[in-house]
Design a protein around this ligand. Structure first.
Ligand code: 4NP
Length: 169
């Protein structure tokens, strides 16, 4: 009995996290890769069920991440392994945290994709974990800009991931 009670008291439920942007080729696969890498290097893998990423749009479904996202992650020693997929209402029930990049993603997720059958928490901005306001709150769409936008996104996602792991586990 005591063993079972102690097991229940100490064994936290495994967490599932989904990162969402528009195309699922620039920001959210980068966020997923960074977050997974931190979880692994910090020895926290057993605290997670699944970590994945999606786009609100379907334009790039099946595509590999943008080469600039891959290059930026590789430069920092973060492995990327993903093919783009679209976020659907059912995914709200499959993830404890649905974390998006900008206000447009947030609106699309909570006001358009989310349905009556979406029982779990609403989507939240990754910038909610911008503790100390070190970076911009919004992870801006880098698609039409230069490589520096991707580097800034990388720094933001790294910091937000660390702050998430500190506050949510
Ligand atoms: P992401 O970036 O949302 O960070 O993946 C974009 C990728 C593609 C497009 C827009 C944003 N697009 O319009 O094709």
């Amino acid at each position: 009995f005591y063993t079972i009670t102690i097991a229940i008291m100490t064994q936290d439920k495994k967490i599932s996290v989904a990162f969402v942007c528009l195309g699922n080729i620039c920001r959210s696969p980068m966020a997923e890769a960074i977050f997974k890498h931190k979880v692994k290097t910090l020895g926290l893998s057993d605290r997670f069920n699944k970590i994945d990423s999606f786009g609100t749009g379907a334009y790039h479904v099946g595509d590999s991440p943008d080469f600039r996202s891959r290059e930026t992650c590789e430069k920092h020693g973060v492995p990327v392994d993903h093919f783009a997929q679209q976020f659907k209402a059912k995914h709200f029930n499959e993830f404890d945290y649905v974390i998006c990049m900008d206000e447009s993603n947030l609106y699309n997720l909570n006001e358009r994709i989310r349905s009556k059958t979406s029982t779990k928490n609403k989507a939240r901005l990754f910038g909610e974990w911008n503790t100390g306001k070190k970076f911009n709150q919004i992870v801006d769409d880098p698609y039409y800009g230069g490589i520096d936008g991707f580097e800034y996104n990388f720094q933001q996602c790294s910091y937000f991931s660390e702050e998430f792991l500190k506050s949510e586990l």
